[in-house]
Design a protein around this ligand. Sequence first.
Ligand code: ZN
Length: 498
Amino acid sequence: MDLKQALESLETIQRKLYAYNAASSALYLDGDTVAPRDTAEGRGIALGVLAGEQHMLLTGPELGETLAELEAHKNELDLLHARQIEELGRTVGKLKRVPAQEYMAYAQLTNEAGDQWKRAKQASDFGLFRPYLEKLVDYNRRFAAYYDPAKAPYDALLDEYERGVDTAYLDDFFSVLRQRLVPLIKAVGERPQPDDSFLHRHYPVEQQKKFSDYLMQVLDLDRAHCGIGETEHPFTLNFNSADVRITTHYYEDDLASSMYSVIHEGGHARYELDVDPKLDYTVLAGGVSMGVHESQSRFYENIIGRSRPFIGAIFPQMREFFPEQLADVTEEAFWRAVNRAQPSLIRTEADELTYCLHVMVRYELEKALIGGELAVKDVPGEWNRLYKEYLGVDVPDDAHGCLQDSHWSGGSFGYFPSYALGSAYGAQMLRNMERDMDVWGPVAKGDLSGVTAWLTEKVHRFGGLLTPAQVVANACGDFDPACYTDYLTKKYTQLYGL
Ligand code: ZN
């Protein structure tokens, strides 16, 4: 194989990987949206075959020879190809280091653990999930050693989700959050709460759907390239930079729920649609990491979507969609209601201010579990203790405590911190954006084009061409978590008159 052949082979293999992914995603999307209830079995078989084909392609001789030939000509490659072989090499290396038998056994374990977690959560009984969590922690400690034996196990796992992030980085990050946010949340808690009862009037689904269409228009999401569906838990799925889908969930007694799901998932979709199309059908397509992705979705949802200028811009339209429900509501009251902050038990329902403390609890527990300093049997007690310490709330039972999230049952340890990092990256991006341009004048008129253009220039267009750390440096400069705590302090001081 010569260089020219190797480059052709590289392109062909990446297109095949894209096709397997696209087929799996289409099946997954179908299953979660419109497929009839008792049809999962056949899809499961198809998904299993596709995963097997993908694994064979990644670990097979064809890709091995291709990568070896390209490695030998590394200095002649442009950035695009250099990054493609770097990413593929990483994936292949990781897959080959994990013994096939353990890989298969682990896939089966996460499958069973997912079912058992659902049962345990329903019964609110951690004891039912405990033996599975013990095995999952053991496997992940072993896998961490396969990924990178030089690193502490939790650091090796973190690197899988947010390349370059480790415990030292996160300890500093969360310690700034803890010092500044715990007292701020306490001060907010001592102030009277704004009325948000009007958000829970009757909002018919049909009207909310029209409102979703309007919000997607405000985000400039071209409906010829971005679809919207309904699922229990909202998500975004990308096929390529010209085909992205978002979902939402409508509650007739909660206007803000779907409204902010659409803006959040719309932010993820904005990112995917704005990636340079040259990266399509390669391993560099799509958003670069979970943390950077969350920085974008949360930017649109919280920093823009919950700002006073944005509410001012869309409120007159909202009143046309919901004339009776909002007849006696002012835009000022609406802005205060959607920013109501109060410590609570459930992460996914948390407000912008308290959200990161939910993540911090999970970070500390994961770090100790994977580090071997916390026994699985002690998880509920530690969980409840930390919720009391950081959020001041008493956890009544496991369902509202350590069993609320599915992540660990799926084997994801090291994923949670990305949520908090994304929020913090976004706040620093805002600071830099405000230095570069007038952010709020156009937003107050409902015009987000400048915001999107800035984010596209600094973040979106690169897809995976840059590493997560490079993208963050490009948009944030030197990462400084104080930008985030300053942003929250300013916002909530104004909202609550501290
Ligand atoms: Zn998200």
